[in-house]
Design a protein around this ligand. Structure first.
Ligand SMILES: [Fe+2]
Length: 254
Protein backbone atom coordinates (compact mmCIF):
# COMPACT_ATOMS: atom_id res chain seq x y z
CA UNK A 1 0.00 0.00 0.00
CA UNK A 2 1.21 3.52 -0.70
CA UNK A 3 0.40 5.78 2.20
CA UNK A 4 0.59 9.50 2.60
CA UNK A 5 2.69 10.58 5.60
CA UNK A 6 -0.44 11.30 7.64
CA UNK A 7 -1.93 7.82 7.25
CA UNK A 8 -1.55 5.38 10.14
CA UNK A 9 -1.55 1.74 9.11
CA UNK A 10 -1.38 -1.37 11.27
CA UNK A 11 -2.17 -5.07 10.86
CA UNK A 12 -5.35 -6.18 12.60
CA UNK A 13 -4.87 -8.82 15.29
CA UNK A 14 -6.53 -11.45 13.07
CA UNK A 15 -4.23 -10.86 10.10
CA UNK A 16 -2.80 -14.27 9.06
CA UNK A 17 -0.75 -15.75 6.23
CA UNK A 18 -4.09 -16.80 4.68
CA UNK A 19 -5.45 -13.32 4.81
CA UNK A 20 -3.68 -10.03 5.34
CA UNK A 21 -5.93 -7.62 7.21
CA UNK A 22 -4.93 -4.01 7.84
CA UNK A 23 -6.48 -0.93 9.39
CA UNK A 24 -5.69 2.44 7.82
CA UNK A 25 -6.53 5.62 9.75
CA UNK A 26 -6.52 9.21 8.47
CA UNK A 27 -5.88 8.28 4.85
CA UNK A 28 -5.49 11.15 2.40
CA UNK A 29 -4.71 10.56 -1.27
CA UNK A 30 -4.05 6.91 -0.46
CA UNK A 31 -3.33 4.30 -3.12
CA UNK A 32 -4.63 0.78 -2.52
CA UNK A 33 -2.11 -1.41 -4.27
CA UNK A 34 -3.07 -4.78 -5.72
CA UNK A 35 -6.47 -6.42 -5.60
CA UNK A 36 -7.97 -5.68 -2.18
CA UNK A 37 -11.32 -5.85 -0.41
CA UNK A 38 -11.80 -2.31 0.95
CA UNK A 39 -14.34 -1.82 3.75
CA UNK A 40 -15.64 1.58 4.84
CA UNK A 41 -16.61 1.08 8.50
CA UNK A 42 -17.45 4.75 9.00
CA UNK A 43 -20.61 6.79 8.53
CA UNK A 44 -19.38 9.06 5.74
CA UNK A 45 -18.79 8.08 2.10
CA UNK A 46 -15.22 7.24 1.04
CA UNK A 47 -14.43 8.63 -2.42
CA UNK A 48 -12.56 6.51 -4.95
CA UNK A 49 -10.79 9.16 -7.01
CA UNK A 50 -10.50 7.53 -10.41
CA UNK A 51 -11.87 8.81 -13.74
CA UNK A 52 -15.18 9.37 -12.04
CA UNK A 53 -15.31 10.19 -8.35
CA UNK A 54 -17.55 7.50 -6.88
CA UNK A 55 -18.21 6.65 -3.26
CA UNK A 56 -17.88 3.55 -1.14
CA UNK A 57 -21.00 4.24 0.96
CA UNK A 58 -20.93 4.12 4.79
CA UNK A 59 -20.93 0.59 6.29
CA UNK A 60 -20.14 -0.85 2.90
CA UNK A 61 -17.29 -2.29 0.82
CA UNK A 62 -15.93 -2.94 -2.63
CA UNK A 63 -12.98 -4.61 -4.35
CA UNK A 64 -10.31 -2.21 -5.63
CA UNK A 65 -7.19 -2.85 -7.67
CA UNK A 66 -4.47 -0.19 -7.67
CA UNK A 67 -6.96 2.58 -7.04
CA UNK A 68 -6.73 5.89 -5.21
CA UNK A 69 -8.79 6.83 -2.17
CA UNK A 70 -9.34 10.56 -1.75
CA UNK A 71 -9.82 10.61 2.02
CA UNK A 72 -10.99 8.26 4.78
CA UNK A 73 -10.99 8.38 8.57
CA UNK A 74 -10.74 4.58 8.65
CA UNK A 75 -10.50 1.75 6.12
CA UNK A 76 -10.21 -1.99 6.51
CA UNK A 77 -8.13 -3.70 3.83
CA UNK A 78 -8.43 -7.46 3.36
CA UNK A 79 -6.29 -9.50 1.01
CA UNK A 80 -6.55 -13.31 0.84
CA UNK A 81 -3.13 -14.75 -0.04
CA UNK A 82 -4.60 -16.74 -2.87
CA UNK A 83 -7.98 -16.07 -4.39
CA UNK A 84 -10.03 -19.27 -4.36
CA UNK A 85 -7.25 -21.07 -2.42
CA UNK A 86 -7.55 -23.53 0.48
CA UNK A 87 -8.63 -21.80 3.70
CA UNK A 88 -9.81 -24.56 6.03
CA UNK A 89 -6.67 -24.12 8.18
CA UNK A 90 -7.42 -20.51 8.99
CA UNK A 91 -9.30 -21.47 12.18
CA UNK A 92 -6.13 -23.08 13.56
CA UNK A 93 -4.34 -19.72 13.66
CA UNK A 94 -3.54 -18.35 17.17
CA UNK A 95 -6.52 -16.93 19.00
CA UNK A 96 -9.19 -18.62 16.92
CA UNK A 97 -11.79 -20.66 18.80
CA UNK A 98 -14.99 -22.62 18.30
CA UNK A 99 -17.94 -20.44 19.25
CA UNK A 100 -19.06 -23.03 21.83
CA UNK A 101 -15.73 -22.51 23.65
CA UNK A 102 -16.00 -18.73 23.45
CA UNK A 103 -19.52 -18.67 24.87
CA UNK A 104 -18.95 -21.36 27.52
CA UNK A 105 -21.59 -23.74 28.89
CA UNK A 106 -24.12 -20.95 29.46
CA UNK A 107 -23.88 -19.93 25.80
CA UNK A 108 -25.56 -23.17 24.77
CA UNK A 109 -24.02 -23.09 21.29
CA UNK A 110 -24.12 -26.48 19.52
CA UNK A 111 -20.69 -28.15 19.52
CA UNK A 112 -21.58 -29.96 16.29
CA UNK A 113 -21.88 -26.66 14.39
CA UNK A 114 -18.36 -25.91 13.06
CA UNK A 115 -18.32 -22.13 13.51
CA UNK A 116 -15.00 -20.53 14.47
CA UNK A 117 -14.14 -16.94 15.42
CA UNK A 118 -10.86 -15.06 15.17
CA UNK A 119 -9.52 -12.68 17.82
CA UNK A 120 -11.45 -9.43 17.89
CA UNK A 121 -9.81 -6.08 17.23
CA UNK A 122 -11.09 -2.70 18.40
CA UNK A 123 -10.59 -0.51 15.37
CA UNK A 124 -12.11 2.90 15.99
CA UNK A 125 -15.02 4.86 17.41
CA UNK A 126 -17.72 6.46 15.31
CA UNK A 127 -20.56 8.84 16.06
CA UNK A 128 -23.90 8.51 14.31
CA UNK A 129 -27.64 8.47 14.80
CA UNK A 130 -28.52 4.76 14.78
CA UNK A 131 -32.10 5.44 13.69
CA UNK A 132 -30.75 7.33 10.67
CA UNK A 133 -28.15 4.67 9.81
CA UNK A 134 -30.80 1.95 10.12
CA UNK A 135 -33.11 3.78 7.74
CA UNK A 136 -35.74 4.70 10.31
CA UNK A 137 -35.56 8.46 9.73
CA UNK A 138 -34.27 10.57 6.88
CA UNK A 139 -32.14 12.99 8.86
CA UNK A 140 -29.75 12.36 11.72
CA UNK A 141 -31.07 13.73 15.02
CA UNK A 142 -29.59 11.96 18.07
CA UNK A 143 -25.86 11.34 17.76
CA UNK A 144 -24.47 8.38 19.67
CA UNK A 145 -20.93 7.14 20.06
CA UNK A 146 -20.05 3.55 19.13
CA UNK A 147 -16.95 1.44 19.64
CA UNK A 148 -16.23 -0.47 16.43
CA UNK A 149 -14.90 -4.02 16.74
CA UNK A 150 -14.00 -6.41 13.94
CA UNK A 151 -13.30 -10.12 13.69
CA UNK A 152 -13.33 -12.90 11.14
CA UNK A 153 -15.52 -16.00 11.11
CA UNK A 154 -14.86 -19.33 9.41
CA UNK A 155 -17.28 -22.17 8.64
CA UNK A 156 -16.80 -25.09 6.23
CA UNK A 157 -19.02 -25.76 3.22
CA UNK A 158 -22.64 -26.57 4.01
CA UNK A 159 -22.69 -25.11 7.55
CA UNK A 160 -25.88 -23.55 8.87
CA UNK A 161 -24.28 -21.26 11.45
CA UNK A 162 -27.20 -21.16 13.91
CA UNK A 163 -30.40 -19.10 13.83
CA UNK A 164 -30.38 -16.37 16.46
CA UNK A 165 -32.09 -13.02 17.09
CA UNK A 166 -30.19 -11.27 19.84
CA UNK A 167 -27.26 -8.85 19.82
CA UNK A 168 -26.61 -5.79 21.94
CA UNK A 169 -24.82 -4.12 19.02
CA UNK A 170 -25.30 -3.34 15.33
CA UNK A 171 -23.58 -5.97 13.18
CA UNK A 172 -22.54 -5.80 9.53
CA UNK A 173 -20.95 -8.63 7.53
CA UNK A 174 -18.53 -8.64 4.59
CA UNK A 175 -17.80 -11.77 2.56
CA UNK A 176 -14.04 -12.36 2.32
CA UNK A 177 -13.62 -15.86 0.86
CA UNK A 178 -16.04 -18.36 -0.67
CA UNK A 179 -19.75 -18.08 -1.28
CA UNK A 180 -22.23 -17.70 1.54
CA UNK A 181 -25.45 -15.98 2.51
CA UNK A 182 -27.12 -14.10 5.33
CA UNK A 183 -30.63 -15.39 5.86
CA UNK A 184 -33.72 -14.13 7.67
CA UNK A 185 -36.33 -16.43 9.25
CA UNK A 186 -39.75 -16.13 10.89
CA UNK A 187 -38.67 -18.30 13.82
CA UNK A 188 -35.96 -20.78 14.92
CA UNK A 189 -36.95 -23.28 12.23
CA UNK A 190 -34.80 -23.53 9.06
CA UNK A 191 -38.03 -24.03 7.09
CA UNK A 192 -39.25 -20.56 8.11
CA UNK A 193 -36.73 -18.77 5.85
CA UNK A 194 -38.14 -15.67 4.18
CA UNK A 195 -35.04 -13.87 2.84
CA UNK A 196 -31.73 -15.00 1.40
CA UNK A 197 -28.94 -12.44 0.81
CA UNK A 198 -26.23 -14.03 -1.35
CA UNK A 199 -22.66 -12.97 -0.65
CA UNK A 200 -19.48 -13.25 -2.72
CA UNK A 201 -16.04 -11.87 -1.81
CA UNK A 202 -16.04 -8.10 -1.35
CA UNK A 203 -19.78 -7.84 -0.74
CA UNK A 204 -21.17 -6.30 2.47
CA UNK A 205 -24.80 -6.81 3.45
CA UNK A 206 -26.64 -3.57 2.80
CA UNK A 207 -28.96 -2.00 5.36
CA UNK A 208 -28.07 -3.74 8.66
CA UNK A 209 -30.62 -6.36 9.66
CA UNK A 210 -31.69 -4.74 12.94
CA UNK A 211 -33.96 -1.92 14.09
CA UNK A 212 -33.50 0.35 17.09
CA UNK A 213 -35.15 -0.70 20.35
CA UNK A 214 -35.54 1.17 23.65
CA UNK A 215 -32.46 2.63 25.37
CA UNK A 216 -29.68 1.77 22.92
CA UNK A 217 -30.89 -1.79 22.31
CA UNK A 218 -31.35 -3.41 18.93
CA UNK A 219 -34.12 -5.61 17.70
CA UNK A 220 -33.08 -8.36 15.27
CA UNK A 221 -35.09 -10.75 13.16
CA UNK A 222 -34.16 -14.43 13.43
CA UNK A 223 -31.12 -14.70 11.19
CA UNK A 224 -28.10 -16.84 10.41
CA UNK A 225 -25.07 -17.05 8.14
CA UNK A 226 -24.95 -20.06 5.83
CA UNK A 227 -21.69 -21.20 4.20
CA UNK A 228 -22.29 -22.66 0.72
CA UNK A 229 -18.53 -23.27 0.27
CA UNK A 230 -15.74 -23.00 2.86
CA UNK A 231 -16.23 -19.38 3.92
CA UNK A 232 -14.41 -16.60 5.70
CA UNK A 233 -16.38 -13.48 6.44
CA UNK A 234 -15.78 -10.31 8.40
CA UNK A 235 -18.05 -9.08 11.15
CA UNK A 236 -18.00 -5.44 12.14
CA UNK A 237 -19.81 -4.68 15.40
CA UNK A 238 -20.93 -1.22 16.54
CA UNK A 239 -21.20 -1.26 20.35
CA UNK A 240 -22.96 1.71 21.93
CA UNK A 241 -20.64 3.47 24.38
CA UNK A 242 -22.44 3.58 27.76
CA UNK A 243 -23.45 7.02 28.99
CA UNK A 244 -21.27 6.68 32.13
CA UNK A 245 -18.18 6.08 29.96
CA UNK A 246 -18.98 9.07 27.77
CA UNK A 247 -19.44 11.30 30.83
CA UNK A 248 -16.16 10.10 32.40
CA UNK A 249 -14.34 10.82 29.14
CA UNK A 250 -15.77 14.31 28.84
CA UNK A 251 -14.77 15.07 32.46
CA UNK A 252 -11.21 13.88 31.71
CA UNK A 253 -11.10 16.34 28.84
CA UNK A 254 -11.96 19.34 31.04
FE1 LIG B 1 -26.11 -12.16 14.12
Amino acid sequence: MTATPSAIERPLNFSTPYLRADLVRDAVDYTVEGRTIVVNPGNTPVIVAEDLRKAIPPLSSTVLADARIEKADALLLLRPAEEGGEVSGVAEAPGWAHLADLLGPDGDFPRETPLFRSPQDEITTVVFDPAHVLGERETAMVQREFTVRANLWFAPAGTNCFIHNQHDFIEVHTQVHGLGRMQRFRNHDQASLYQDVLMSPGYTTQDPFCATGPQCTYHYPFHQYKADTDCIWLAIEYHPVPRAVRLARSQENH
